[in-house]
Every structure is written in structure tokens, then in C-alpha cells.
Write a protein that binds this ligand. Structure first.
Ligand code: IPD
Ligand code: CA
Ligand code: CA
Length: 264
């Protein structure tokens, strides 16, 4: 295993323990809003500090891009951190959230780690080495048709101005598939596509820390990730379709007419 992935795993597991311990006093946490429907708690900040301290001990010269503390340092290696993806779920006691850590080297994500502390599920990938869940190798689903597919999505809960194009895209895809889930953790949605638990996923307006690790997991599990124009310009935009190779083109063809003008 690459030493950087090893450090990412150590940081994610420490973070997971902190998250599980803080569950006991979730009702008494101080919660503030960063924007419309965008919440942050002391747990997000504490967990992020722990992750950064583990990384800094091993790689003091590397740069950090973390959701709660922003960018720090200047290096060709950047650690992209979402300390708690699924904060709204966490605050409600809805058990679907995770820690997401990715390592970008010279502009390309090379290592990925997503940890679900509730289920003790560790999703990892290094570019060229495949993706794993704990010790099991992951593959996306082989489904070739939308018929029967289980798809996940994210609602534009922070951006009401996007409701119309987004819900048009949902309405277009919904009758063609078996069902659609909205789980509340983009990173786990991507990990589940990699694991073949979902056939595909789409969302608009993600941040780099929501998706950096998950995108590599999907690619290393044999899946396809693009924006709504079908190209790979994802970072800084966050408009994502991720799916098994057999249905990605069908999802793109269905969603593109509603989304590609606004979200590329
Ligand atoms: C959010 C979750 C959610 C997605 C949002 C993200 P956060 O991350 O991933 O599923 O729909 O776009 O912002 O705020 O819980 O870290
Ligand atoms: Ca997030
Ligand atoms: Ca977060």
C-alpha cells in the first residue's frame, strides 16, 4: 500500500472514532449555518483538525484543502478533506455520513479514502491499483440498461434557483429506472457506485472535497465519471454523473437536455 494512502486511512479512522464518540452528545452540539441549509458543528471542525494533524505529522510540506479551514500551504501534493460528509444526516441522527480524504498530486487525484464509521466500512483506491472495500476488490455494476437500475442523486437544497432544471432532470430519469435514492452523503453515494450497490449517481454543484475521493473510487472500480457535457472537467464545478460503464451513456443522454446548458 502506498504510504500516503496509509496515512489517509489512519487519519480517517481517527476521525471516525471522534465522530462516533460525539454521537452521544449530538443533541447539545453548537450548530451554525455557513449558508442556506448549510450547517457546521463543532464536530466537523474538531474532526478536521484531527485529520490535518495526522497528515501534517507525516507530510509537513504538503498543502491542504479542507472544507472548514480552507486552503493552506503551497505544494504539488494537496490533501482534499471533507471531515464529515453528510452533516445534516449526522445532526439528525440519520446514520449515513462519512469521512472523505483524497490526495491530489500535480493536479490528479492519486489516492482516495472514504470511511463510514457507523458500518466500519473503509473504501480505498490508489490510481492504477483498483478500489477496495475493506479487503474486497470493488467493481461497478455491469448493467447495460436503465431499466431496473438503482440510482442515487443529491437535491439542490442550497441553490433554489436550480430547482427547475434539476427537477426536470429527475422527472426525465425517474420513469426509466427502478428507483432513485437521496442519501445525503455525496461521498458515500460515489463509494456505493464503486461498490456496485448503486448503478449510477448524479448531482449538481458539488465541492471538490465532496467528490475528489469518490471519483477516483468509481474510476478504479471500472466506472465512468463526467459532467453533463460528457467531459471530465469536474473539479471547481462539481456537476457529476458517475455510473457503471454500461449505463453512463444512457444517464447522460437522459439528463443532458435538462442540465448541460446551465451546469458544465
Ligand atoms: C453535502 C452532502 C450532500 C450533498 C451536498 C454536500 P456536507 O456535504 O454530500 O449529500 O448533496 O451537496 O454539500 O455539507 O454534508 O459535507
Ligand atoms: Ca460534503
Ligand atoms: Ca462536510
Amino acid at each position: 500500500m502506498h504510504p500516503m494512502l496509509n496515512i489517509a486511512i489512519r487519519a480517517a479512522r481517527n476521525a471516525g472514532s471522534l465522530i462516533m464518540r460525539s454521537l452521544q452528545h449530538v443533541d447539545h452540539l453548537e450548530v451554525t449555518t455557513k449558508g442556506r441549509n448549510d450547517y457546521v458543528s463543532d464536530v466537523d471542525r474538531l474532526v478536521e483538525e484531527e485529520i490535518i494533524s495526522v497528515i501534517k505529522k507525516a507530510y509537513p510540506e504538503h498543502a491542504i484543502m479542507a472544507e472548514e479551514s480552507g486552503k493552506a500551504g503551497d505544494s504539488e501534493t494537496v490533501w482534499i478533506i471533507d471531515p464529515l460528509d453528510g452533516t445534516t444526516n449526522f445532526l439528525h441522527g440519520f446514520p449515513q455520513y462519512c469521512v472523505s480524504i483524497a490526495v491530489k498530486v500535480r493536479g490528479r487525484v492519486e489516492h482516495a479514502c472514504i470511511y463510514d464509521p457507523q458500518r466500519d466500512e473503509l473504501f480505498t483506491a490508489s490510481r492504477g491499483d483498483g478500489a477496495q472495500l475493506n479487503d474486497r476488490r470493488l467493481r461497478v455494476t455491469k448493467r447495460r440498461e436503465l431499466d431496473g437500475a438503482l440510482i442515487a442523486t443529491g437535491f439542490p437544497f442550497k441553490y433554489p434557483q436550480y430547482n427547475e432544471p434539476y427537477f426536470n432532470s429527475l422527472q426525465a430519469l425517474f420513469p426509466k429506472v427502478a428507483d432513485i435514492r437521496r442519501t445525503g452523503s455525496a461521498a458515500l453515494d460515489l463509494a456505493y457506485v464503486a461498490a456496485g450497490r448503486l448503478d449510477g449517481y448524479w448531482e449538481i454543484g458539488l465541492q471538490d472535497w465532496d467528490m475528489a475521493a469518490g471519483l477516483l473510487l468509481v474510476e478504479e472500480a471500472g466506472g465512468v465519471v463526467t459532467n453533463f457535457a460528457g467531459t471530465d472537467k469536474l473539479f471547481g464545478k462539481g456537476n457529476v454523473i458517475a455510473a457503471g460503464f454500461g449505463i453512463h451513456s444512457h444517464m447522460l443522454a437522459t439528463l443532458q437536455p435538462h442540465l448541460s446548458d446551465t451546469f458544465n
